[in-house]
Design a protein around this ligand. Structure first.
Ligand code: SF4
Length: 487
């Protein structure tokens, strides 16, 4: 008997049945069943909390992200960043296994802290948790206090830590929790009455587009506004390839982060991925505190520039006014290719709000808007944007849904394109529409994270990608007699 003959299939599915089910999952009837689904999530467009915590940790000078929990989880976060940025993401784990799950992870934590401190000599370690220690209820506060008392790390060594239970929230919430703990740790005892650094603290939030960070910095430089970016991952995940491996390239300087408590103003441009941090900042930081939406599109970029002008008493520079003109010109030139087109969107709250604003400015319809981890406030803001524009009519928001729900929407109520991250490529392929990869993570295209999406330049970049793709589709699919030089 050959090995092949020995294989006995548990179920044989006739070809006609495969065809029938393939057609059925595209129907309205199936959509209703799909939307009635309660106990299962399929292809959610979000990651778990610790992944977000790791990103925040990477944004600080000389900082080693430290996962208290399972090795496999740590590999998942690292490989996600590796694949998105195509750069190393150095982080350590204390590799809890079965004995840790039974007796608690203190021994793992202490041994790993000692090793990491000695071998990798980071200026700071930022500790966060995977599911396992959260399920068993490990007490990080006590474990870290014990580590200091045992001399594993010096008493004054910065060791921020955050509980990042993965069964709650998403990467965005983990980012917020870790950023909060880092700022609380670094600024402790640093507030000086009457002192003002004269600087702006800018919080970009969970954003995996290194081009966006550089765009923020460029805008502030044009204004001549001194700043501290909290937290700056631009060099961490986009460093030059010159033959030298640097374990901790870039990041916000720890002394600047410590002094940020004495800043002239603190501005978050990611209200949903820095909500808790910003609430704490309002109670503890000097100066003015402002929260603005992520500056996607012209109107939200205008709001940012006007606020900067107001906060620092400086006029909007002529160079940025000219950029606004370039963006408006580019939008006018391209609007005929995007006006009236329907889009399906999914992603993090701050980005989603940005996509919707940008599309409405272009007269496009953000038709299906899906947020897998949002709250009533996100929904309200999205709805307010839709209500304020005639192009928002008929567009719908789906909170707490996943990309399998999105597939049903695409098959029963089609759109022209999707905007999101790589996870949507299966649904986009089934629907036969393009996917614009503006979100995180992007595993299947190169260098997109270097192309900014925020500001006037970001609006031009998004517009160019979208309109040229629609033109390309027309070129590829039109009849010969309509294949023209001009489009
Ligand atoms: S969800 Fe839990 S088990 Fe899965 S990678 Fe995240 S922390 Fe690990």
């Amino acid at each position: 008997m050959t090995a092949e003959a020995a294989v006995k299939y548990v179920t044989e599915i006739p070809e006609e049945e495969v065809k029938r089910v393939s057609a059925w999952i595209n129907t309205e009837e199936y959509k209703e069943k799909n939307f009635a689904r309660q106990a299962l999530v399929i292809n959610p467009p979000h990651a778990c909390q610790p992944l977000g915590a790791e990103l925040a940790a990477h944004g600080f000078e000389g900082t080693l992200p430290f996962v208290h929990g399972s090795q496999g989880c740590a590999s998942y976060y690292r490989s996600t960043f590796n694949r998105h940025f195509r750069e190393p993401a150095p982080a350590v784990s204390d590799s809890m296994t079965e004995d840790g799950a039974v007796f608690g992870g203190q021994n793992n934590l202490h041994e790993a802290l000692e090793n990491a401190y000695t071998i990798y000599q980071p200026k700071m370690m930022a500790v966060f948790t995977s599911c396992m220690p959260e399920v068993i209820g490990d007490d990080l506060t006590a474990f870290i206090k014990n580590a200091r008392n045992k001399g594993i790390v010096p008493q004054d060594y910065p060791l921020p830590y955050a509980n990042t239970p993965s069964f709650n929230g998403s990467h965005v919430h983990g980012y917020d929790a870790m950023l909060l703990s880092i700022l609380q740790t670094l600024t402790e005892g640093k507030k000086v009455e009457g002192r003002c650094t004269g600087k702006l603290n800018l919080i970009p939030g969970f954003d995996c587009n290194t081009g966006n960070y550089r765009e923020y910095k460029r805008i502030l430089k044009e204004f001549g506004i001194p700043y501290t970016l909290l937290a700056d991952i631009s060099d961490t995940f986009d460093s030059p390839l010159d033959g030298t491996y640097r374990p901790y390239p870039g990041g916000t300087k720890l002394e600047d982060a410590a002094d940020s408590i004495n800043g002239k103003a603190t501005l978050t441009v990611a209200p949903f991925s820095s909500a808790k941090t910003f609430t704490w900042i309002k109670d503890n930081y000097s100066g003015t505190h402002v929260s603005l939406p992520t500056p996607f599109g012209v109107a939200k970029t205008d709001a940012l520039l006007l606020k900067l002008s107001e906060l620092f008493g400086k006029p909007v520079p002529e160079s940025l006014k000219a950029e606004r003109g370039y963006a408006v010109d580019a939008m006018t030139d391209a609007h005929q290719y995007i006006h009236g087109k329907k889009f399906a969107l999914y992603g993090d709250p701050d980005y989603l709000i940005g996509y919707v604003s940008f599309l409405l400015e272009m007269g496009a319809k953000p038709y299906h808007i899906l947020c897998s981890k949002g709250n009533k406030k996100v929904e309200k803001e999205l709805q307010a944007l839709l209500d304020a524009s005639p192009d928002g009519k008929g567009c719908k928001i789906y909170m707490g849904k996943d990309l399998w729900h999105m597939r049903s929407l695409l098959m029963t109520d089609p759109v022209d394109a999707m905007i999101g991250d790589t996870h949507g490529k299966f649904a986009a392929r089934d629907a036969g529409i393009p996917l614009f990869r503006f979100g995180f993570p992007v595993f299947d295209r190169v260098n997109l994270h270097r192309s900014p999406l925020i500001g006037y330049q970001g609006a031009i970049n998004m517009l160019t990608a979208i309109c040229n793709k629609f033109i390309e589709i027309r070129d590829e699919t039109c009849e010969d007699r309509h294949f023209e030089m001009m489009r």
